[in-house]
Design a protein. Structure first.
Length: 232
């Protein structure tokens, strides 16, 4: 190489890449969840598209279980809920029924709430903020958003017509619409065109709004404060 030439950046070795992924499972989960937000509109519909959603959902469940393995709470609970949620989703895809869809929504909600609680416990376990805990802030937000979205799915099954929208107001809301409602309420932006019109649906939406405010006040502010204190 000549003296005036610039050295090419060293390529990341596969082993080093695997090590990075193992050290930051929350980052992997966050990226995959955000990719799911872009995938779901494409995959909505019957046939092979439903299969794509189920495969991706199983991947997310596995990554969530992997991400919470460092928390002090037992991992086997998340494993049982994750396997049950995946099995119910596959059963509902093969033989659709209201009972299977409701059971799948409830178990999925329980799993995501449990996983989010584990990540919160993981972030509160010590007074030193690691890089993975910074990624866990975003990953926990997505887990809670998914949990409430599945809760909305269950509410819509138990009480049809509890959510309406400007487009096809009489039709059941799709998974993407309910996930959009969950994100807008949890982030307190309130920019959703999906509206709860029944009492229980409004109650759950209000609880999610409060949860979003509490999450920012308790967890995000704590992580930011500890990060600034470490730098000082």
């Amino acid at each position: 190489m000549t003296g005036g030439a610039l050295a090419a950046p060293e390529a990341v070795r596969p082993g080093r890449l695997v090590q990075i992924l193992v050290q930051h499972p929350s980052a992997v989960l966050l990226v995959v969840q955000l990719c799911g937000v872009l995938l779901y509109p494409f995959a909505e519909g019957p046939g092979w598209r439903r299969g794509v959603v189920e495969v991706f959902g199983a991947l997310v469940l596995g990554l969530a279980i992997w991400s919470v393995r460092k928390s002090p709470t037992p991992t086997w609970v998340a494993l049982i809920l994750g396997v049950a949620a995946s099995a119910l989703s596959i059963a509902d895809a093969l033989q659709p029924s209201v009972g299977l869809e409701l059971a799948s929504a409830v178990v999925h909600a329980l799993f995501y709430f449990w996983a989010a609680g584990n990540l919160m416990t993981y972030m509160l376990a010590d007074s030193d903020v690691t890089r993975d805990e910074l990624y866990a802030v975003g990953a926990t937000f997505t887990l809670v958003a998914w949990a409430f979205a599945y809760l909305f799915v269950g509410l819509q099954i138990v009480q049809p017509g509890c959510f309406t929208a400007a487009v096809d107001p009489e039709q059941p809301r799709t998974w993407m619409e309910l996930l959009f409602l969950s994100f807008t309420n949890l982030s307190s932006t309130g920019l959703s065109d999906i509206v709860p019109i029944r009492a229980y649906a409004r109650s759950v939406v209000m609880i999610e709004q409060l949860a979003g405010l509490a999450y920012v006040a308790l967890f995000v502010s704590r992580v930011v404060g500890l990060t600034l204190a470490r730098r000082r």
